[in-house]
Design a protein. Sequence first.
Length: 273
Amino acid sequence: PEPRLCLRARRAQGAAGGPLFVNVCSWTGVPAPSAPGAPIPVSAGPLEEVAAEGDLYSIIDIAYNPDVLQRGEENPEKMEHLIHLTLKFIEERCNLLLSHSYNIESFKLKGSLERMQRRLKGRQMPTPHLNRNTKKELTLDQLLHSIEAEECSDAPVLLKERSITESKVHLIEEITSTEVPEELSTPVYEMITVKDANKKPLKIELKVELPKVSSVSECDLRISKDDIIIDVPEKYKLQLDLPQLVDEETTTAVFNKGKGVLFITVSVAKPGH
């Protein structure tokens, strides 16, 4: 791994801990994206807390394929986007809250080259045992962050972008080969019956929050005259009795990728149908 860029990020207002230095490195050991717009593979070292001469700061090493960084260096907009993806990924992975502002430092690497390469290659430096003589400069919370990051540092990870029409927010999805399937959870939903001026039911609107879903193609939607079932394999299951009989052929479903929300509208059946 070779250092290419060092970022200085700040914790969000009110969050404990000093600044975070992100060593962005190029490494041929990280594969390039399989196609334009495909997830970007990334390798990350553990989060390391450093207490030196009264300063407390953190370092994390992030490596991309050289081609990814080359494209970023040629196109400032792509580099800015990659940096935002990187910071969002670090927040998710290490359970941190970062401010959205950052600085690109004049130096390319915080800390020593050897330590950075060891952290990324998994040959982590032996961590000193905390004993009574150790200065209490690291809080338990910071140590937990460090341990969590080390435990998950070997898992293969992809940064995945989801396109959103209404804004340029990009979400990140961490994919690991060792993921344990979770129990199906019931998503948060809101159902309302829209009525006309005479209080006669016209249609039923259902809003379902599916934050773990990135595409409507993952959802299996079944609707009958009196109930609705939404099934997302390995993620969500929702079965609802409808307050009115409906005409299922009028069903429309729209999935907002940015908010992870599914909107379903169906007309109330006319009497005699």
